[in-house]
Design a protein around this ligand. Structure first.
Ligand code: CA
Length: 388
């Protein structure tokens, strides 16, 4: 939220030619519009938590259930270019801060750990697990059913890009609403039929579903397509030690988030994606990959299409380490020495075809949008720890 968003600002020095001589005249322009009735948003948080310790301190369980109700949430409403404050090189002035509506966040966080050690004392282990689930829902948008389009999947094509995420009543904030792709036109019959919707269609073009049946593909044909928010996330880790050996493994699972593969989308618009090598052509008539029309804003490569949306479910081994400790080494002046090998992010199991399914996003509108984000690093270490 920009500072002083509640103050309308007039900027001087915007001079303009006026009169028959076109002499430069002194001018001012309104740079920002504000809502005079703007007020603070309010959040009411409720939660219940439980902490349990059982079995001689061996088992620990914590549970937390919460609900946050957000009322009159503050959002930046995009103004039409005709408002006169639009500036092509900055997003500073073409929005107005308003109280957009209400939202609710409900969720549960669970964590449990169990630790044990053998009677002889030479074998011990700890198992820890976490589970989190958050449900987010926009409950009111003050009369708007769906709005606040955002989430452009590339920073390069600027104004030629369709939005992918929206706020819509009854759905999670920043949900994807996309036009559904319906295969590539492969036969003359398909082409004749689709020409009712798109007169310029050719063999090899992508078809889209005309949801409202008005023979035009537009924003009204967008359908809810999931969001970047996971259904649930879970973590599991194990710590083992046996005699001089120690072992640690930490894993993470995220289920059900959708990812918009913006890097793939952008490569398609430039005709540079590897898949396009196998695109539809008269010589490759069974291909499901639309023909590259060498046009970044062609219907075949529109970012409003769910063609670039993928399942972002993943399982990742975040950390593994194995160590061996040598004790009592007076000959070397040491208390102990530990030799270890460890790996960070060594394995990721996912169907996602982009660099990294751990996309994140820095706001509700950009969650689940992969603009070719830099992936997490994989690291392998071999080391020695000396204790003097
Ligand atoms: Ca339609």
């Amino acid at each position: 939220m920009p500072s002083y968003s509640y103050i309308p600002s007039i900027e001087s020095g915007v001079n303009y030619p006026f009169g028959s001589n076109e002499s430069l005249s002194f001018g001012l322009t309104q740079r920002r519009f504000v809502d005079p009735n703007i007020k603070w948003e309010t959040t009411i948080s409720k939660n219940i938590g439980v902490d349990l310790t059982l079995l001689d301190n061996k088992l620990n369980i914590t549970a937390d259930v919460y609900q946050n109700d957000k009322k009159d949430m503050l959002l930046e409403e995009r103004l039409p270019a005709s408002a006169g404050t639009y500036h092509p090189n900055t997003n500073l002035y073409d929005t107005k801060v308003i109280n957009a509506g209400n939202m609710v966040n409900k969720g549960i966080e669970l964590a449990a750990s169990f630790k044990n050690r053998s009677k002889k004392g030479d074998f011990g282990y700890t198992i820890s697990a976490t589970f989190t689930k958050n449900d987010n829902e926009v409950t009111s948008l003050n009369g708007t059913t769906r709005g606040y389009g955002n989430g452009a999947p590339s920073t390069v094509l600027a104004n030629d890009i369709d939005y992918t995420t929206f706020l819509a009543e009854g759905y999670e904030a920043g949900a994807f609403f996309l036009v559904q792709h319906d295969g590539v036109i492969k036969t003359q019959e398909q082409l004749d039929a689709y020409k009712v919707i798109d007169k310029s269609a050719q063999l090899g073009d992508m078809m889209y579903k005309d949801i409202d049946g008005n023979n035009v593909i537009d924003d009204n044909d967008r359908v809810y397509s999931g969001s970047g928010q996971a259904d649930f996330e879970a973590g599991l880790s194990l710590n083992l030690d046996y005699k001089n050996f120690d072992f640690y493994i930490q894993s993470y699972f995220s289920k059900g988030a959708e990812i918009y593969n913006g890097a793939k989308y952008y490569a398609y618009t430039q005709g540079r994606h590897l898949e396009q090598f196998y695109m539809w052509s008269p010589q490759n008539p069974d291909s499901d990959i639309p023909t590259d029309r060498q046009n970044a804003i062609h219907n075949n490569v529109r970012s409003r299409s769910d063609y670039f949306l993928e399942d972002g479910t993943y399982f990742r081994i975040r950390n593994i380490s194995l160590g061996y400790t040598l004790k009592d080494l007076p000959a070397f002046g040491l208390n102990s020495a530990r030799i270890y090998v460890s790996a960070t992010n060594p394995f990721t199991f996912t169907e996602y075809t982009g660099y990294d399914p751990e996309v994140g996003g820095d706001g509700i509108f950009t969650r689940g949008i992969d603009k070719g984000n830099y992936p997490v690093a994989r690291q392998f270490l071999l080391g020695v720890q000396l204790h003097f």
